[in-house]
Design a protein around this ligand. Sequence first.
Ligand code: G
Ligand code: G
Ligand code: MN
Length: 272
Amino acid sequence: MNIQGMNDLQRIEVKLDNNCITQGIDAGEFYLAYQPQVDASSGALIGFEALMRWNSKTMGAISPDSFIKVAECGSAINNIWGHLLSTIACDRCILDHYQSPFLHLALNLSAVQLPQPRLAIEIEKWMDENSIDGSQIHIEITESALLSDGDQVIKNLMRLNEMGINLWLDDFGTGYSSLRHMRDLPITGLKIDKSFVSDLEENLDDFRIVSAIVAMSNSLGLKTIAEGVETESQAQILGQLGCNILQGYLIGRPDSMETLTSRWLPQHMNQV
Ligand code: G
Ligand code: G
Ligand code: MN
C-alpha cells in the first residue's frame, strides 16, 4: 500500500519512530490524564488510572495505542516509563496535599518491560526517593506480558508484590485468560476488558462471561475491576454480580490531576 492509500492513523504510524517519541517527551509534549476508579458498592473514590497522552506539535494528538506499539520496538518505552514515574511523583504530591494517601495511582506497564532485570529495583528506588508507599501504587499488566513467564518475569512480579504493590491483569478476557496465571501469580485481581462491558445489558453471552469471571475471581480470592462503564444499568449489573471496582465515562473521563482533585476531593475529604 502506498502512503496515499493509508488512513490518518496509518500515516502517523509510518512517521512515528523511537527518535520522534523521545524528542516529543523532551519537548514536553507528553502528559498524563487520570481516570477515577470507584468502589462498586459504595461509589467512593479509591484511586485513579494514569493514562499517557501525546499532543505532538507537528502531528497533533496521537493515541497511546499507536505510540506505545512503536515505542515497544525500541528504547522509547523506557523513556515513556521514566516520564510516567517523574510525573506521577509530582502528581502524588497534589494528592498528599489533600491528605489522601489512601488513594492509589494505577500505572500501565508495557509487556516488554517485565523481563528487564532492573525493573523492580528501579521502581523501589523511585518509591524511596519520593516517599511513596507500595500500597499507593497499582500496576496493570496485559497478559501477553506474561506469556514468556521466564524466571526474571516471575522474580519481578514477586518483588513488586513484596513491595506492597497491587498487580492487576489488564484487558482480561481478550488474550490468554490463563487460569494458571490466576492461580500462580501474586496478583490482586483482574481488569475486565471494556468489550465485555459495553453490551452487558443486551448481550446474554457477555453477561454470562462477566458473571463467570467475577465468580471465579471471588472464589480464588482475587478482585475485579470493570473498565469502560458508561451507563447506570451497567454499573448496577456489575455491582450485583460482585465486581469490586468500576471505571468508565459514567464515573468520569480521563482528565488532569488538578481538575479531578478539585472535582472529587473537596467532597470526599478535608483539604489541608
Ligand atoms: O485511554 P486510552 O486510549 O489511553 O489507552 C489506550 C491503551 O494504551 C490502553 O490499553 C492503555 O493500557 C495503554 N496506555 C495508556 N497509557 C499507557 C502508559 O503509560 N504505558 C503503557 N504501556 N500503556 C499505556
Ligand atoms: O489500560 P486500559 O485498557 O485499562 O485503558 C483503558 C482504556 O479505556 C483507555 O483507552 C481509556 O481512555 C478507555 N476508556 C475509559 N473509560 C471508557 C469508557 O467508559 N468507554 C470507552 N469506550 N472507553 C473508555
Ligand atoms: Mn490499564
